[in-house]
Design a protein around this ligand. Structure first.
Ligand code: CUA
Length: 315
């Protein structure tokens, strides 16, 4: 039954996907059957029992025990089946196997960060090995977000000040979108990340690469550009002069900026560093104080990269 609605559904890429789809298809078929039955009979009766003469009186209607019993008992049995079936799938989803590896996922306006056991922190891209149970430990740095991977049929809210979790076993290598499904502010719809399901070997390779990825030696401007893209800075800051949620980076280095408190500040290394780590300290006039802190997300090398990149965007 699980392939019945596959043309309506996202790709199936986890051990849950087939089971969820089968249940949805079952419920859909029941709904379809009763819809046709009720509407069909209704239409048929309209024609059949249309009053043909104005003096026609409806014959007295008695109850029909058999019919009433049937329309009570049959739907009740169907409901119990749906409940029991749904409960089994839900319990398997709710009980996280102890063997599962763990990835910590943090939502914040407006991106996801993924933290692995060895300390690797990656924004907007999740990489997991195929055919292995993965536990996702969710939290939020600001408001309510919701972590949703349609291809894996898993979804869970991410809350501030509290952990929630989900688990899955992805069984098909590939790349699938991750969405935020809880309205969390103006850029909610851009809060999109990717999950890459790879082989165990490729996963280990990727993890080692990330862990050893020393930003030393990389050209600072190139590093800054990479940080700008990977951390989705572009969501708010343009590099072509366009106005966004935050000020553009183009042509601002070394200029003076008006702040909401009326003061002026020179856009230099210290101002940029402070704005990355403590965005609320100085708010540019005309903009909302909505930038999240990147404390703990970016290391000194990466901050220096951003500064180099902004210098390169001077004109
Ligand atoms: Cu985060 Cu919507």
């Amino acid at each position: 039954m699980n392939g019945l609605l596959s043309w309506l559904m996202p790709e199936q890429a986890s051990s849950f996907a087939g089971r969820v789809d089968a249940l949805v298809a079952f419920i859909f078929l029941i709904c379809l059957f009763f819809f046709v039955l009720v509407v069909g009979l209704g239409a048929y009766f309209i024609v059949k029992y249309k009053r043909k003469k104005t003096d026609y009186l409806t014959s007295p209607i008695d109850d029909n025990k058999k019919l009433e019993l049937a329309w009570t008992v049959i739907p009740s049995i169907l409901l119990v089946i749906i409940f029991a079936w749904g409960f089994r799938v839900y319990m398997d989803f709710a009980v996280i196997p102890p063997r599962a590896m763990e990835v910590k996922v943090t939502g914040q306006k407006w991106f996801w960060t993924f933290t692995y056991d060895n300390g690797v922190v990656v924004p907007n891209e999740m990489v997991v090995p195929a055919n292995k149970a993965v536990k996702v430990l969710l939290s939020s740095k600001d408001v309510l977000h919701s972590f949703y991977i349609p291809a894996l049929r898993v979804k869970q809210d991410a809350l501030p000040n509290r952990y929630t979790s989900l688990w899955f076993e992805a069984n098909k290598e590939g790349q699938y979108p991750i969405y935020c499904t809880e309205y969390c502010g103006t850029q909610h719809s851009t809060m999109v990340a990717m999950i890459r399901v790879v082989s165990e070997d490729d996963y280990q390779k990727w993890l080692d690469e990330k862990a050893s990825e020393s930003s030393d030696g990389m050209d600072p401007v190139a590093l800054g550009k990479k940080v700008y893209q990977e951390n989705a800075c572009f969501t708010c800051h343009s590099i072509d002069g366009a106005t966004g949620i935050g000020p553009t980076w183009k042509g601002t280095w070394g200029t003076k900026r008006k702040l909401t408190n009326g003061e002026e500040v020179l856009i230099d290394e210290n101002y940029v560093r402070e704005s990355i780590l403590e965005p609320m300290a100085k708010i540019a006039a005309g903009y909302q104080p909505v930038m999240p802190s990147y404390q703990g997300l970016l290391n000194e090398n990466q901050i220096e990269g951003v500064i180099a990149y902004m210098k390169a965007l001077k004109e």
